[in-house]
Design a protein around this ligand. Sequence first.
Ligand code: HEC
Ligand code: HEC
Ligand code: HEC
Ligand code: HEC
Ligand code: HEC
Ligand code: HEC
Length: 412
Amino acid sequence: MKPFDRINYLIILLSSLMILGCTHDTEYIAGPAGADGIDGIDGHDGLDGVDASAAVCIDCHSASHRDPITTSYILSGHGSGGSWARGKSTSCAQCHNNEGYIDYLSGQFFATDTSGDQNEFLLDEAGIPILNDNDTPGNPDDDFYEPNPDYNPDYGDYLVDGNGGLVPMVNPNGYAVSNPISCTGCHTDHRSFDFENDGNDYALRNIHPVKLVLDPMVSIDFANSTDPLGLSNACITCHQPRPSYPIPTGTEDYEITSSRFGPHHGPQSTMLEGIMGGIIAGSTGYPGVGAATHRSGSSCISCHMGETTDGNDGGHSWKPTLNTCVSCHTTMTSIPEGIAGLDEDMATLKTLLLGLDPSPLLENDRTVPGTYPANVAKAIWNYKTVMEDNSNGIHNPEYTRALIKNSIEALE
Ligand code: HEC
Ligand code: HEC
Ligand code: HEC
Ligand code: HEC
Ligand code: HEC
Ligand code: HEC
């Protein structure tokens, strides 16, 4: 209870007795009826202030309301997925460990610049300073090493992002244990108890826009008319690509340095937003950033945490629920496997990639390290992005089609 200690919390309840009318907002929950309240104060038109507002709290805070939530959570990947064992190390803990995630959002730890050199240069992945040829490749005399813009003597040796902010990280010493994300990982304290005017933030730990780790100059904000407080921003920190490899851009050859090349492992937020693909010009147009209807008219939580159809989907099972889809797709009777034609297009793209000499891809979808033309690297990045997104194109049908169809065209 950071912003409100228990006394303040009581004061809030008491003052609601004096000033609030019936603020009953049961839209969100169909919980059991609250217990009878204290009689209203004379002169206030007999409004049962405490009765009404305490009932709102109890509806959501009662054990009977929470038990089914806990059951779904435990069965979900968030409660019992195997990848949570990975969260002991610093590089994985922000997404695979409850404590690491909390530390990352707390801003108590910052990424340090381990090279520790005031005259440092930007290094490539192999640790070699990056040479800038000053746009005159033929003339080595005016070449210079790219200075590291992250070094900022005023802050000591912390990494600074493009907006001058310190780059957050998890406890640099790592963690002895790794726990799955728990109730109090995602939830903490309410920012306001005035749900009528401020909306209910469900006490989520983060509803702010999130700067992407692959490029902190880019931030995503999923607030829209269906999610005015931006509750889906709670998902972005983890469901975004890791900063393992730069996205291939431009026309220069690209060096693939690992057999795991691609956006590890949850590029769902960037896919929904329609960004961070390997952009290849072609006959299929790319939709505008944030323009997909699934992005502007629905959200992570509306599709994945909507009202359940049979008790096994929606809410804290995080399984998409048909109830959300039919608000737009009025004739849909079950959630489709994916968007039309994607399976065929993915197979075509894979065949094309496997047919290249040398082939950058293996049958098991691992990559072959080596230096490749830009379009080949982009095509693999796109193939892996659609695969890792795991929605078979549903998150952003048009962006997915453009990435895959234009990749096929470029290789044909
Ligand atoms: C729609 C659901 C909902 C409603 C309504 C609601 N809360 Fe919460 N509240 C939560 C969730 C979820 C948490 C996160 C912590 C948890 O799981 O208990 C939380 C956390 C809290 C916390 C801090 C954690 C703790 O347990 O000490 C307090 C205090 C709190 N709520 C008080 C209230 C009060 C007072 C009201 C009514 C004015 C209220 N809540 C209404 C969902 C709700
Ligand atoms: C930016 C957040 C983020 C970071 C950092 C991260 N992961 Fe993940 N990882 C995810 C998400 C999200 C998923 C689940 C994706 C899904 O279900 O579609 C995942 C899935 C996985 C999986 C299961 C996927 C599979 O193909 O079986 C493994 C294993 C894994 N991560 C290992 C790691 C390791 C090891 C590290 C550190 C070197 C790491 N991750 C760092 C977000 C991250
Ligand atoms: C991965 C993040 C995450 C975890 C873990 C999580 N929640 Fe939530 N919870 C949310 C989000 C996001 C919402 C808002 C959903 C919405 O608006 O439909 C929410 C909503 C709620 C609500 C109010 C809506 C409702 O269904 O009544 C309650 C109560 C709640 N959570 C309790 C819990 C409890 C108890 C746990 C642990 C068993 C838990 N949550 C774990 C993200 C999480
Ligand atoms: C702390 C990081 C973190 C946060 C925050 C988070 N997730 Fe996840 N999520 C993961 C990881 C890691 C997995 C993979 C777990 C596994 O299977 O090992 C996952 C799995 C999933 C899955 C697959 C579920 C399954 O049962 O296999 C869905 C869907 C999902 N997340 C949606 C969401 C949504 C929606 C939100 C926001 C409300 C959210 N996540 C918030 C890390 C996170
Ligand atoms: C238009 C509805 C919709 C929206 C919006 C949406 N999803 Fe999905 N998502 C789906 C569907 C449908 C699937 C297909 C897999 C399924 O049926 O479980 C899916 C798949 C996933 C998976 C893979 C699940 C698995 O079992 O491996 C993850 C993780 C996920 N979504 C997370 C998110 C996150 C995070 C957001 C917000 C950035 C989001 N989704 C937005 C509908 C949606
Ligand atoms: C806010 C309205 C809305 C909601 C909610 C919604 N969709 Fe959509 N969906 C659309 C629109 C509009 C399109 C057309 C593409 C576009 O405009 O981005 C679309 C496209 C699709 C497509 C692509 C069809 C194709 O092959 O081109 C699939 C599949 C789909 N939606 C599935 C779902 C599923 C599954 C859900 C629920 C989990 C869902 N949608 C929720 C509006 C919605």
